[in-house]
Design a protein around this ligand. Structure first.
Ligand code: PGA
Length: 251
């Protein structure tokens, strides 16, 4: 099995004004640069308005920058949307697609998520493709089937370990303080890994992140789970000490 380097990704969601956002990003970049050799990559995904200034502020450091969403088209008459080439132009190397808040609040389905991931790839971005079941689906015993079908439907042709990361985020664990148990996470991640075979290039090398109320107090246990290759962190990524503490569990 190829060694997979952990990825600790922060999703700032709709949070972050200029001064505080830059301070948070530069603080993390400084810690990362002075930490020397570490066993993880670190990424922040600020709101679109801050992608360019944050990318500028952390340029030359190992901290990567990503967007939170992109349109499936490169450009055109799509008021309010952002194309993947614009994110790349602004200094992003990654983009989150199919986050459950997009799936729920904007009615995004797997086909649209796959089109967004394809657009990300065409622009040279790594797509972080999010999947995860609702509480209702978990209680009905459908978690594995739902997640497998989201993975199958949300990956575009050409997805591989170099251009795609999967994030498993059970919807009921996002922003709720509830986390899946290590055993549940292990079961779903193994199922995702199996689902990737034949659907992504180098499936054993694709990183699969866990997300949903990851915090310093539970990160070590979650990051030690087999097939967990990092974290997608919302709330705790807004506090430098907390986000750094989560990353340090993968040091
Ligand atoms: P949370 O969000 O860490 O605040 O639960 C995770 C996410 O939605 O990516």
């Amino acid at each position: 099995m190829p060694a997979r380097r952990k990825l600790i990704a922060g999703n700032w969601k709709m949070n972050g004004l200029h001064a505080a956002g830059l301070e948070l990003a530069t603080d993390l970049a400084r810690r990362l640069a002075s930490a020397g050799t570490v066993g993880f990559d670190m990424l922040v995904c600020p709101p679109a308005t801050l992608v360019h200034p944050v990318a500028g502020a952390v340029a030359g450091t190992p901290l990567a920058v990503g967007g939170q969403d992109c349109h499936p088209k490169e450009s055109g008459a799509h008021t309010g949307d952002i194309g993947a080439p614009m994110l790349a132009d602004a200094g992003a190397g990654f983009v989150i697609v199919g986050h459950s808040e997009r799936r729920q609040n904007h009615g995004e389905d797997d086909a649209l998520v796959a089109a967004k991931a394809a657009a990300a790839h065409a622009a040279g971005l790594v797509a972080i493709v999010c999947v995860g079941e609702t509480l209702e689906q978990r209680e009905a015993g459908q978690a594995l089937a739902v997640v497998a079908s989201q993975v199958a439907g949300s990956l575009p042709a050409g997805a591989d370990a170099a251009n795609t990361v999967i994030a498993y985020e059970p919807v009921w664990a996002i922003g709720t303080g509830k986390t899946a148990t290590a055993a549940d996470v292990a079961e779903v991640h193994a199922h995702i890994r199996a689902t990737l075979a034949g659907r992504a290039g180098k499936p054993d090398a694709v990183r699969i992140l866990y997300g949903g109320s990851v915090k310093p107090s539970n990160a070590a246990e979650l990051m030690a789970v087999e097939d967990v290759d990092g974290a997608l962190v919302g709330g705790a990524s807004l506090v430098a000490d907390d986000f750094w503490a989560i990353a340090e569990t993968c040091r």
